[in-house]
Write a protein that binds this ligand. Structure first.
Ligand SMILES: Nc1ncnc2c1ncn2[C@@H]1O[C@H](COP(=O)(O)OP(=O)(O)OP(=O)(O)O)[C@@H](O)[C@H]1O
Ligand SMILES: [Mg+2]
Length: 321
């Protein structure tokens, strides 16, 4: 484990180790949110646009990065062995669990997007409680890490949900580690520095509520979009890496924006573009229905049929009709 970790850390840092490139250039690239892999995979024009370096330099840097990146292949048997460890956390609703093929999966990123009040944060709080339950009750006997970027975490609400599950509220709250992300850089850092806490406290879920709001605040305007997407991409890679390394679940909430170009059907779309679309293993679209009812729609899952279900958000938390 320790070896694997140092290897991973070394790999992320090697952007500084690129030979024959000036420090000034390297720091511009780093600032734009690139790591060695994303440089190796990028096109020269894209790197120029995102970093402001010259075209010839970009070509040179990409070539150097390509050479430096060791392809890390794993055989199918190793992958299968790792996938055998996948576990699931109950959402609190049987319907929602079924839609997701059993619950919120470890080694994957599950995203819920929807308008305000659709239940995205409520599910995040519920998962922080449920993960603590024993395995035969839908939990993983673990703790939770919650990154709150909108300042909407309410311990009282979590206590309410814990009591509804027959848990001691104080004990439950002690196993939820909350950090308020001040901005997107801080949010990135909170994830990059999480390994120690994950090991020490047996964290089995990381909730990021919400994924995009800090990024949207920090990168305003068209010109910065490419930089934002680069950093977001790395951030999601960091999360996925933790999910696999520690066999834990990642749950992120996401906002929607209106698409005035859509005349028929639902005019809302999740923010974050293709980067988030590609990196979320499971995407759910939450909508409000009558009273405490919510509709969840599964979108673009790699292994599950698209479908819809109804769940509820009540005083006791997430449940069924
Ligand atoms: N204690 C409670 N008892 C019953 N229902 C509650 C309680 N707390 C919250 N809710 C329900 O949850 C809703 C809020 O949902 P939630 O906080 O998950 O929204 P969200 O999807 O995260 O929205 P946003 O985009 O604004 O963050 C409330 O409008 C209410 O319907
Ligand atoms: Mg919310």
């Amino acid at each position: 484990m320790a070896d694997e970790e140092t290897q991973k850390e070394k790999r992320v840092e090697t952007i500084e180790d690129l030979q024959g490139i000036s420090e000034n250039i390297l720091s511009k690239i780093k600032e734009a949110g690139y790591d060695i892999e994303s440089v190796a995979a990028s096109m020269p024009a894209e790197l120029v646009e995102a970093t402001g370096i010259g075209l010839n330099t970009a070509v040179k840097v990409i070539a150097a990065a390509k050479q430096a990146v060791e392809p890390s292949y794993e055989d199918g048997a190793v992958l299968l062995d790792r996938r055998k460890l996948i576990e699931k956390i109950s959402t609190g609703s049987e319907e929602l669990n079924q839609l997701l093929g059993g619950g919120i999966e470890t080694q994957a990123i599950t995203e819920a997007f929807g308008r305000f009040g659709s239940g995205k944060s409520q599910l995040g709080f519920q998962l922080c409680v449920n993960v603590q339950l024993p395995k035969d009750k839908g939990g993983l006997d673990g703790a939770a890490l919650l990154i709150d970027s909108e300042n909407t975490f309410r311990p009282e609400r979590l206590a309410q949900m814990a009591q509804a599950k027959g848990l001691d509220a104080d004990e439950t709250l002690k196993r939820v580690f909350v950090a308020r992300a001040k901005n997107s850089d801080h949010q990135i850092l909170l994830v990059q520095k999480a390994s120690e806490l994950i090991k020490e406290k047996n964290i089995k879920i990381i909730v990021v509520d919400s994924l995009m709001s800090a990024f949207r605040n920090d990168y305003i305007g068209r010109g910065t979009l490419q930089v934002r997407q680069g950093r977001l991409n790395n951030h999601l890679h960091d999360l996925q890496r933790l999910a696999e390394q520690f066999n834990l679940a990642i749950y992120v909430t996401n906002q929607v924006m209106d698409r005035p170009d859509i005349l028929f059907g639902d005019p809302t779309t999740p923010v974050g573009g293709n980067i988030v679309a590609h990196q979320s293993t499971y995407r759910m679209y939450f909508r409000r229905s009558k009273e405490d009812r919510r509709i969840s729609k599964l979108v673009d899952s790699p292994s599950l049929p698209d479908g819809e279900c109804v769940f509820t958000v009540s005083t006791d938390g997430i449940g069924d009709l």
